[in-house]
Structures are given as C-alpha cells and as structure tokens.
Design a protein around this ligand. Structure first.
Ligand code: 13P
Length: 337
C-alpha cells in the first residue's frame, strides 16, 4: 500500500459516525495522579491491569474507533497475554501512540510552555509502526491569562506541531494535532475564544508551511469555555462559541475534530459535544478524544481491584456509548440513568 493509501485507510477507520477516540496515554506522573485519586499506587503491573481491563471491555469498538496509548502500553500484553495492539485490533479499534515527551517552560517567555520530543522522532515512529501504531498524538499546551500565551509560545508550539505532523505523514502515520488551550484560570469565554482563534490559526499556517496534507490529520482542540474559576457556560453557548472560532480558522479539508475534555466533568463534556452536533451539519466530523471524561468513572469503579472487572468495563462502556450518541447530537441527560 502506498503511504497515501495507508493514511487514507487510517482516517476512514478513525472518523466514523457514532465513534470517537479514547485517550489512554497518560504519562507516568499523570497516571500516578489519577490512580492516587482512587487510592491505587501506580506500578507497571497496576497500569497494565487497569488498561487491559478497559481496553478489553466487550463491545468497546462499537463506540471507540481509536485508542491513544502510552509507549509502555504499546509494548505490553493484556491480562490474557495478548499484545495490547492485537487486542485493540480484535476490538476493531485502531492503536495509536502519544509521541511527544511532555512540556517544559519556554525559555525567555515566563508562564509559557513548550513541548519536547522531536529529536529522533522519525526513528521512534518506525518502531511504533512496527508495534502496530497507525496514528499518533502530540500535545502543545497554552496557558491563558490577560497576556498569555505570548507570540513566541504561539509560534514555537505551532512550528513543532507542524514538524511532528509532517514526520508522521512521511511515516504513514496519521497525526493528531493537539493544541490544548488550558481551562485553568478565571478567564471569560470570550478570552478563551480569542486565544483559541489565534492559536489554531497559527497551527494551520505552520501546517501549510510544512506541506502537511490536511485530509490526513485529526485536530484535537479544547472546547471554547470560560476558565475553571468562572461560572460555567450553558452547552448552547459553548457550542456556539466553539463553532464560531472553528469556522474561522479550521479548513474544511480537515476530516475530523476530536475534542479533549480538559477538566470538564464527564457529563459536561458529553453535553457540550452533543450541543455542537445538534447545530446541524459542519464541514468536519465533530467527535471526542477524551481521557478523563471517558475514564474517571471506570477508575473509581476499579479502585485497584480486579474483582471489579465488570463494573469497570461497564463504566467505560457507558461513557463511550453516551459520547457516541453525542457525536450525533442525540445525547440527553436522562440517558445517564
Ligand atoms: P483529557 O480529555 O483528560 O483532557 O485528555 C485528553 C488528552 O489526551 C490530553 O492530551
């Protein structure tokens, strides 16, 4: 198969009505934080146990088209000793891989951050591909304040996202391009809209500069919401503000926009996505690529005990199903019962 044909077939598999992506690619410090919230120490064996449980939930592939894995998981076997990438394939799910190396402060730009991980990425992509990964993720992070992010942060992060995306496509791997504008802070929904517009416009300008084929990427942005420190906006306002920004800056060639949940509660993330999809047809397929909003209830149900297998699997399946409905604008709160 040519590289282009491969990218095309991966996009077809990922962007499907009623389905979205599960982000299970938490780095070691992040998964330790999530486990600690349910009283579990994060060890390699516990991470394998938990991730095996959720990824083998029967029927997960009905609502989940792709799973983003952390490097460690891509090399692990599930509890019944199947390689995790094989397990996903039998579920009809495309295996993906987080390839960035995390963020650090951006030098000479107080309060801004920059993502690391480009060195040696071409060689790593080759290895991940051989392990079964067909798509990848790189997360750029932007803090919001009255003055942040700086122009340096906007340009530097866009450049790295574009170079990562170009390398992925050259290796036959579909890049998820993730510019996450953080929800932390007490900014208004208008300020969130303003920053998202600047950030995403710059990302597409860099993608163009690096000749990334927009037909074979997935954009993973934040929704436009007020900061965590403010009163929440109703779903209709979030939907309207988010789509207004995206219509301005996301070319119609992009097949899918799969939102991150970014600290919204599971119900909120589902409601807001459904509100967007009830506004009618858009140029792109609007779906989810949630981490916390898909997994929080499952982590609580598991609480480190394999005996809670069925409750854990039902919990992740429920959020996947409700978000699947939200991709069609068909979610209602009574479906939570
Ligand atoms: P959240 O949905 O928990 O924000 O995670 C998505 C993700 O992959 C962040 O990089």
């Amino acid at each position: 198969m040519s590289i282009r044909a491969e990218l095309h077939s991966t996009i077809q598999a990922l962007v499907q009505p009623g389905k979205g992506i599960l982000a299970a690619d938490e780095s070691h410090p992040t998964i330790a934080k999530r486990f600690s919230a349910v009283g579990v120490e994060s060890t390699e064996e516990k991470r394998r146990e938990y991730r095996s449980l959720i990824l083998s939930a029967p029927g997960l592939g009905e609502f989940i088209s792709g799973v983003i894995l952390f490097e460690e998981t891509l090399g692990q076997n599930s509890l019944d000793n199947t390689p995790i990438s094989k397990l996903l394939e039998t579920q009809g799910i495309v295996p993906g891989i987080k390839v960035d190396k995390g963020k650090k402060p951006l030098v000479n730009a107080s309060g801004d951050e920059i993502t690391y991980g480009l060195d040696g990425l071409d060689d790593r992509l080759e290895i991940y591909r051989n392990q079964g990964a067909r798509f990848a993720k790189w997360r750029a992070v932007y803090n919001i304040s009255a003055t942040l992010p700086s122009r340096q942060a906007v340009e530097a992060n866009a450049e790295l996202l574009a170079r990562y995306a170009a390398l992925c496509q050259a290796a036959g791997i579909v890049p998820i391009v993730e510019p996450e504008v953080l929800i932390d802070g007490d900014h208004s929904i208008e300020r969130s809209a303003e920053v998202n517009e600047i950030v995403i416009a710059e990302v597409f300008s860099a993608l163009r500069r690096h000749r990334v084929q927009l037909e074979y990427i997935i954009l993973k942005p934040s929704m436009v919401t007020p900061g965590k420190g403010c009163a929440k906006a109703p779903p209709e306002n979030v939907a309207e503000a988010t789509l207004r920004v995206f219509r301005r800056v996301v070319p119609a060639a992009v097949p899918g926009i799969n939102f991150l949940s970014g600290g919204q509660t599971p119900e909120e993330a589902t409601r807001n996505l459904s509100a967007m999809n009830s506004l009618g047809q858009q140029p792109w397929y609007l779906s989810f690529s949630y981490g916390r909003a898909l997994q929080e209830p499952a982590q609580k149900a598991w609480a480190g005990d394999l005996g809670n297998r069925s409750a854990t699997q039902s919990a992740v399946l429920k959020r996947a199903r409700l978000n699947g409905a939200a991709t069609q604008g068909l979610y209602t709160t009574d479906m939570e019962a």
